[in-house]
Design a protein around this ligand. Structure first.
Ligand code: ZN
Length: 266
C-alpha cells in the first residue's frame, strides 16, 4: 500500500529528468532479505507494478545515452549490479510487463560464486554466458562491472585498462553485439577511472552518487537511487519524486515545507 502523502509527492515525479534505480540481488518470495542491497521478489514486483501503473518508461542505459532528450518526464532506468542468478526471475517479471533493464556483469567469474566478499550477501552464483545471451536476445542491456570487481581508484593504469577492456571484449564475445554500458564496482571512481572507461569504448558509466541521473551532464558520472531491502512501495515512490535516498519522514517534511513555501511565494 502507498499512503496518500507519498502519492501526492509522487505527482511531481519526473519533473527533473530521468532517474536510475540500483538493484543487486532479488531474493525469492516475500521475506525481507538481511542484506541491505537485496530486495524480495514480492517487493520488486510491487515496485515494478508501481512504475507501470504510474506511466514510467523504462529505457535501458544504452537507450537513454543514445538519445537523452527523448526520455523526458517519468523515465526510470532499472539497473542491476554484479549479475546474480536470482536476477533471472526479476528479468522474467520485467519482460511480462514489457519493461527493460540494464545489467552490469563481473566477467571474471561468469557462472561461478562471486569471489569478492560482502558480509550478509545471499548465497547466490553469478549468471553464466547462456543466461546473459538469452537476456540480451530479450532486449535487455548487458553492460560491464569489470573483470574482478576491484576498487578502481586503487588500480595502476595497466590494470585499469585491462579490467575495463577485457570485460567488454568478453561480453561482446559472449553476446555477439556491442557493449556500451558500465558501472563502477562499489561506486568507487575518479577522473582517471572515468577516462579509462571511456578509452575502453563504453558510452557511459554509473556511479552510486544519488540524484537525478543526468544532473552532472557527464555520461561517465551518472547518478543512481539505491533501492534497499527496507524500501516499501511508499518510500520507493518518494525516492522517485525526490531524487534522493533520504526519504524518511523528517527529510520528506522539510521537502514538503519548501514546496509549500515556493507555492505561496515565501
Ligand atoms: Zn558490484
Amino acid at each position: 500500500m502507498t499512503d496518500p502523502l507519498s502519492l501526492l509527492l509522487h505527482r511531481q515525479a519526473g519533473a527533473h529528468g530521468p532517474v536510475m534505480l540500483m538493484y543487486h540481488s532479488v531474493t525469492p518470495g516475500a521475506a525481507r532479505p538481511d542484506w541491505p542491497w537485496a530486495v524480495s521478489t514480492n517487493a520488486f514486483r510491487a515496485q515494478m507494478d508501481f512504475l507501470h501503473r504510474h506511466g514510467w518508461s523504462t529505457p535501458t542505459m544504452a537507450e537513454l545515452l543514445a538519445a537523452p532528450h527523448e526520455w523526458p518526464g517519468r523515465s526510470a532506468v532499472i539497473t542491476f549490479d554484479d549479475g546474480y542468478t536470482d536476477n533471472l526471475a526479476a528479468c522474467e517479471l520485467l519482460q511480462a510487463r514489457g519493461m527493460r533493464a540494464s545489467w552490469f556483469i563481473v566477467t571474471g567469474t561468469l557462472g561461478q560464486a562471486p569471489d569478492w566478499s560482502s558480509q550478509g550477501r545471499p548465497d547466490v552464483r553469478l549468471m553464466d554466458a547462456a543466461a546473459l545471451r538469452r537476456m540480451a536476445d530479450a532486449g535487455m542491456d548487458i553492460g560491464s562491472h569489470t573483470v574482478s570487481h576491484l576498487r578502481m581508484p586503487a588500480l595502476d593504469d595497466a590494470t585499469l585498462a585491462s579490467e575495463t577492456r577485457d570485460s567488454r571484449a568478453r561480453l561482446e564475445d559472449v553476446l555477439g553485439r556491442p557493449v556500451t554500458s558500465f558501472a563502477y564496482p562499489y561506486g568507487a571512481w575518479d577522473a582517471r577511472c572515468a577516462a579509462a572507461v571511456r578509452a575502453a569504448g563504453y558510452r557511459g558509466a554509473c556511479t552510486t552518487r544519488t540524484g537525478w541521473t543526468l544532473r552532472d551532464g557527464d555520461p561517465f558520472a551518472l547518478r543512481r537511487l539505491t533501492i534497499y531491502n527496507s524500501d516499501s512501495t511508499a518510500s520507493f515512490a518518494r525516492k522517485l519524486a525526490s531524487g534522493s535516498n533520504d526519504v524518511a519522514w523528517p527529510a520528506t517534511a522539510r521537502r514538503l515545507m519548501s514546496m509549500a513555501r515556493a507555492r505561496v511565494g515565501l
